[in-house]
Design a protein around this ligand. Sequence first.
Ligand code: 5GP
Ligand code: ZN
Length: 136
Amino acid sequence: MSDCIFCKIAGGEIPAATLYEDQDFRVILDLGPASRGHALILPKEHYANLYEMPEELLGKAASLAKRMGEAMKKALKCDGLNLVQNNGAAAGQTVFHFHIHLIPRYDNDKVGLGWKPGTLTDQDRDELVRLVSSEL
Ligand code: 5GP
Ligand code: ZN
């Protein structure tokens, strides 16, 4: 994708602080970090979102997230780690090139990733189980 910023960063055309690189991925520091060490896993091939990602590459991304998370835990001495992966503007996606956020968490930090829990009614539960499972 010629006008995709993450294609340009992943391909090395635009510089970014790179924590790791291999033939499939580049892992960079986020320019607007939620916390110290916030990083992004970018595939070098353009896929807009989770739905477009080939399963094999997605598996590699998950393995890399684990490896990066372990390295960041040691290096940054963070107390926790959130993996965040947004799909669609409604979900907060702003760059439409698949990426996984690695967000180190520190005790009592003020990073806001939470939600207010609702209620799962019996009727909704039964309908949701039927609706989703019938599409698999
Ligand atoms: P999204 O909201 O799409 O899940 O996340 C996009 C992320 O990319 C944001 O956290 C934003 O700070 C980061 N970002 C956007 N443009 C750039 C850039 O040019 N360089 C880097 N390193 N991060 C970027
Ligand atoms: Zn792209």
